[in-house]
Design a protein around this ligand. Structure first.
Ligand SMILES: *[C@@H]1O[C@H](CO)[C@@H](O)[C@H](O)[C@H]1NC(C)=O
Ligand SMILES: *[C@@H]1O[C@H](CO)[C@@H](O)[C@H](O)[C@H]1NC(C)=O
Length: 445
């Protein structure tokens, strides 16, 4: 009976709290001290309003289980613990975090100058190179008034439209106080927010040995970056934990270039949209249907013949604002590959029967070489989840009876063979019935 009551009590809650994220609504928040969670109430309230169930925990809790029985215990992880040390008892290591990502979990990491080695190692795995512990990004031109020059304001947002709406991209600068990093160009990592050209990264701890080498300068410094793994799990790194704080979100900030124009900082809109993107509430692509067949046929016969003309169709949808919408882009390509790509063409957009997807169609002439091919659409764009649709099909040569019987180009050969026959007959007749005039007739006495 009690079970029934609790089930009934749960029912309306589960209806109300329908998370907008595609991957689930269980969020684990790890903090250095649980008491500090009130400093980020705007951020956490916005997550709760969007239907997430937050669990707060101490990052050093030895009983912490991100993964249990080879399954994720949570769908998303918010790592607000910049000074976590890796102790023998602590289960939070770079390997655990990579495992969590491999199992499809999304992670939002915020750090500070106190750079935990756990976060530094985890970031290094994803091609993000944080500056040394104890350094901060400093800007003597675009800093917030009445504070130190480490509280900088930047509005150099990524131009990728799938990540931020125009509200953020054209909005107020974001206040940042923390450590900078570099992004390797060789991995699928996007710098979401960059520093101004006047910024540099330097040691700010008192009594520290001053290292004269400044490793990070100007607009190459990334302040916030995101990585999207091949399984579409997303990991976002922010060098500043203060960026998510109520103090920064409610602070005013001076607009660059203007003498005395203050506006509310862009932090709140920035971290809301950043967490929406990281937790897969937007920018998610999927292939709704994929099919291919010969022209004038409806079904794939199991194989194709060289030089066949086929039709390839794929329908793509994009998820944002809680529903699936048609995804329309001019650059969706089809490939037929057998080690090398033999065919690579851009597909044409057409109207789809379904209101939530766009259909891409290509009329493709298969190559003149037989073998086992992969027909695929491999679509990877910054800010969107990856689409990889592939189908392995055999392409066979002509059968012996599929060649045409008489070829026009071969007529000289037919004529030469025919003339040979005719010539032989004529020669034989001439040879048999011709008598040499020079030979005298035998006398017949
Ligand atoms: C930024 O500067 C404004 C204006 O001087 C001030 O009101 C605000 O508290 C500052 N914010 C921070 C985070 O220091
Ligand atoms: C796309 O449409 C154009 C114009 O109709 C056509 O010439 C082209 O072959 C089409 N591309 C594919 C891949 O079917």
């Amino acid at each position: 009976m009690r079970l029934l009551y609790s089930l009934l009590a749960l029912l309306p809650c589960s209806l109300l709290a329908s998370a907008k994220s595609l991957t689930g609504d269980k969020v684990l928040v790890l903090l250095d001290e649980i008491a500090a969670k009130d400093q980020y109430s705007i951020f956490f309230n916005s997550l709760t309003e969007r239907g997430y169930q937050l669990t707060f925990n101490d990052a050093t809790d030895p009983s912490l289980n991100l993964i249990q029985y080879d399954e994720r215990n949570f769908d998303h992880l918010v790592l607000f613990s910049p000074s976590t040390k890796s102790t023998p008892h602590c289960s939070l290591t770079a390997t655990t975090l990579v495992d969590f990502t491999n199992k499809g979990g999304n992670i939002l990491v915020a750090s500070s100058s106190a750079m935990s080695p756990v976060i530094q190692q985890f970031a290094a795995q994803l091609g993000i190179d944080f500056d040394n512990q104890g350094t901060s990004v400093i800007d003597h031109f675009q800093y917030n008034e009445t504070s130190e020059h480490t509280v900088i304001a930047s509005d150099r947002f990524t131009p990728v439209t799938a990540i931020f709406s125009p509200t953020v991209r054209e909005g107020a600068p974001v206040l940042f106080n923390g450590i900078g990093h570099l992004v390797s160009p060789l991995v699928y990592t996007t710098a979401i927010l960059k520093a101004n050209p006047t910024a540099y990264s330097y040691e700010t701890k008192e009594n520290m040995v001053v290292d004269d080498d400044i490793t990070l300068i100007g607009s190459e410094i990334a302040l916030v970056s995101s990585h999207q793994a091949l399984n579409n799990a997303r990991v976002t790194f922010s060098g500043s934990l203060d960026l998510f704080s109520d103090r920064f979100a409610t602070s005013s900030v001076k607009i660059h270039g203007s003498e005395k124009r203050y506006v509310k900082s862009g932090n709140e809109a920035f971290f809301n949209e950043l967490s929406q993107w990281t937790f897969q509430e937007k920018g998610v692509l999927k292939a709704v249907s994929v099919k291919h067949h010969k022209v004038e046929e409806e079904e794939f016969p199991g194989w194709y013949r060289i030089n066949d003309n086929i039709v390839y169709e794929i329908e793509l949808s994009e998820y944002f604002d809680n529903s699936w919408h048609p995804y329309s882009a001019p650059d969706v390509q089809f490939e037929a590959i057998m080690l090398d790509p033999y065919v690579r063409v851009t597909l044409n957009r057409t109207q789809s029967e379904s209101p939530s997807s766009t259909k891409y169609v290509g009329h493709i002439a298969l190559p003149d070489v037989y073998g086992v091919y992969t027909l695929r659409v491999n679509y990877k764009r910054a800010g969107l989840s990856y689409v990889l649709e592939k189908d392995v099909v055999p392409i066979r040569p002509y059968r012996h009876n599929e060649y045409p019987r008489f070829l026009t180009v071969a007529f000289p050969y037919y004529v030469s063979a025919g003339s040979m026959l005719v010539g032989f007959v004529v020669f034989s007749i001439v040879w048999l019935y011709n008598r040499d005039a020079g030979v005298p007739k035998k006398k017949t006495n």
